[in-house]
Design a protein around this ligand. Structure first.
Ligand code: PRX
Length: 654
């Protein structure tokens, strides 16, 4: 960045600088009347709002009651029957939109595919028939482990058509992580690919899937998309090529009428223990929630917009805002397979320019990475089609916000910073771009009808100007319905700290004007590049290595990835600390969980600071990792430990 650009950003960050929607934006906005907030705040208005949204979907049988709330269990659109794939595909084709592009797809090596709604419906029906021929029926769980190729949304939609809940496992997860997830849900089929492309190399997904299936007992079939052409091992009794399976299948397949509360999918996310949680999302409420928020928050105009969400479909952002919300709204979207900075730093800008993207939705970590390259890296790319920008996954620092607004948005695009979670299914705290005056770094206000509060330890509301814990007080249609197979964990994780209120695990402050400023996790969950990783998951990966006696893991602030994984390791006797062992341990964690969870740094230490009751003092370890003032350490079992830790040499990437 040149110095006068830095000055310009500084200027945008003046304390009093706020960003009102432009007159032109307001004039064309899907929502521009601020009274929506007041109306949706009353029970009657809330019901009217979601009744209208529910009526926007196609129902096989109408619902009788809007919702029922017996805390902590909600039901939405009670008694209604519908099929999600019909709402995402058939009804658009029936309305004459068959030739509209559903996805412009671009592979990392550069090939492209343009897929219309009619194409997508055809292929979904073919795969539906193929899966039914393999014996898949309503209620069976299907694991999907794929790169960002069109067959991934096809697979999800085919599952939805059959009523077989999918469990998409991000392609960056290891064989072990995949095996755990297959096992927990007892999946009977795995849909994968020979591999995918990432930064010019291929990622051997089928190999990892084979290993995972070998460690589990439930899988009967493995369907494999040919993507890279790399050679793969083959089990004739179990494996099927996707293209062979679908080629002679009819392009028509009956959709299963699903109850509004039938399971649509499971998506595993990290909690505070080593075992991930299978978050349950159901059918009617989820679809209404994601379609509504997608249309209003991104101000979507399906006839003219080209919407590009840069997330991976393997995370909730991709489920809700690449697949279900956008398709329900008949959106034209972009799916790009690879790294946004490969082979050139401006690959993302070339993709955006080529498809004339109008809406871009990405994560602060990506924005900061692009910021590091500088705006000159994409000076030759025409981004004039952009009209709205979104951010998700972690708090966006005001500098990154201002840079995004100015350098990518050209100073004309509202930035919507959207706070939500795998569990909430839909965006919960967010600006409405035609209404909200923006402040860089704030997710602004709860979506209309969402009732949030910031409370202290005891659960009392903290007055404006103060900080505490975020809670949500009223059910919402896309909320999780539970943790698969573990209702007790559902109740204790989210509903026990403040009975009757949902506790997301995030800190938050509100300024004097009531703007929400999310502060990050308050539990033992790290957020690395917008990905949730549990400290205990990394610790158990470390102690599974023969050299490790004990490990403590914390998230340390990182200028690009938000947090980075910092590990304290006590070695077993007979093992010596070395850079080579540090590298091996980092690789071991990557093998056990996935490359995205590779620790940034390992610090070998003779001991760990613990309270007298034996609990590891993570706050202190975080402070050491960030080299903060250590404060009072007298509660340590051995206060000499801290100094010993600080003096140790570590092994890390930096
Ligand atoms: O800490 C919050 C952070 O990401 C967590 C949810 O992670 P996950 O379930 O993986 O979903 C990520 C994509 C929705 C939250 O508990 N988070 C997400 N969005 C924001 C955020 N923190 C601050 N601001 C955001 N906009």
């Amino acid at each position: 960045m040149t110095s006068d650009r830095t000055d310009a950003i500084e200027n945008l960050l003046r304390e009093d600088r706020t960003f009102e929607p432009s007159e032109e934006f307001v004039a064309n906005a899907n929502l521009s009347d601020a009274s929506i907030y007041e109306r949706a705040a009353t029970e009657e208005g809330f019901r009217a709002f979601w009744t209208e949204e529910g009526n926007g979907l196609d129902w096989i049988e109408p619902w009788t009651d809007l919702y029922e709330w017996t805390a902590p269990y909600a039901k939405w659109f009670i008694g209604g029957k519908l099929n999600v794939s019909v709402n995402c595909l058939d009804r658009h084709v029936a309305a004459g939109l068959g030739e509209r592009v559903a996805y412009f797809w671009e592979g990392e090596p550069g090939e492209t595919r343009t897929i219309t709604y009619a194409d997508l419906l055809d292929e979904v029906c073919q795969l539906t028939n193929a899966l039914r021929d393999l014996g898949v029926k309503k209620g069976d769980r299907i694991a999907i482990y794929m790169p960002m190729i069109p067959e991934l949304p096809v697979a999800m939609l085919a599952c939805a058509r059959i009523g077989a809940p999918h469990s998409v496992v991000f392609g960056g997860f290891s064989a072990d992580a995949l095996a755990d997830r297959i096992d927990d849900a007892q999946c009977t089929v795995v849909i994968t690919a020979d591999g995918g492309y990432r930064k010019g190399a291929t990622v051997p997904l089928k190999k990892a899937a084979d290993e995972a299936i070998g460690r589990t007992a439930s899988v009967q079939h493995c369907v494999v998309v040919q993507r890279t052409g790399d050679e793969v091992a083959w089990d004739d009794a179990r494996d099927h090529w996707y293209h062979e399976l679908i080629k002679d299948q009819p392009r028509i397949a009956d959709p299963e009428p699903m109850d509004s509360e039938d399971l649509l999918y499971l998506l595993y996310t990290s909690g505070t223990t080593a075992k991930p949680k299978g978050i349950m999302h159901t059918t009617g409420g989820y679809l209404a929630g994601v379609a509504t928020t997608h249309r209003t928050i991104f101000d979507l105009k399906p006839e003219t917009d080209v919407y590009w969400c840069m997330a991976d479909i393997g995370w909730v952002t991709g489920h809700s805002y690449i697949v279900y919300g956008p398709l329900a709204n008949a959106t034209t979207g972009v799916i790009y397979e690879g790294a946004i900075d490969f082979p050139e730093k401006d690959r993302w800008a070339k993709v955006a320019a080529k498809y004339r993207a109008t809406i871009l939705y990405t994560a602060p970590t990506a924005i900061r990475a692009l910021m590091k390259y500088g705006a000159d890296a994409f000076a030759d790319d025409d981004l004039s089609s952009l009209r709205l920008l979104g951010s998700v996954g972690e708090p966006i620092n005001p500098e990154a916000w201002a840079w995004y607004w100015k350098e990518i948005g050209g100073g004309r695009c509202p930035v919507v910073d959207t706070w939500w979670q795998t569990e909430t299914g839909m965006i919960m705290i967010t600006p409405l771009p035609g209404i909200t005056t923006l402040k860089p770094g704030s997710a602004t206000f709860p979506f209309p009808g969402v009732v949030a509060d910031v409370v202290d330890e005891a659960g009392f509301s903290v007055p404006l100007g103060g900080g505490g814990y975020l809670v949500l007080e009223r059910p919402w249609p896309a909320m999780l319905r539970g943790i698969y197979g573990d209702p007790e964990r559902y109740e204790s994780t989210y509903w026990s700290r403040y009975p009757g209120r949902y506790f997301p695990g995030d800190g938050c402050k509100r300024d004097d004007e009531g703007y929400y400023w999310l502060l990050g996790r308050v539990d033992d969950v790290m957020n690395v590049s917008g990905h949730r990783i549990s400290t205990t998951e990394v610790e158990s990966a470390l102690v599974s290595h023969p050299s490790v006696a004990e490990a403590a893991v914390v998230g340390r602030s990182d200028p690009i990835t938000g947090q980075a994984i910092f590990c304290y390791v006590i070695l077993r006797s007979g093992f010596d600390a070395s850079d080579a062992l540090g590298a091996e341990l980092r690789g071991h964690v990557a093998d056990m969980i996935g490359k995205f969870a590779r620790p940034k740094q390992i610090l070998f230490t003779p001991d760990l600071p613990k309270t007298r009751s034996g609990k590891i003092m993570r706050r202190l370890l975080r402070d050491i990792a960030e080299q903060r003032d250590l404060g009072d350490v007298t509660t340590l079992a051995d206060s000499g430990v801290v100094n010993a830790i600080r003096d140790q040499s570590g092994s890390g990437e930096d």
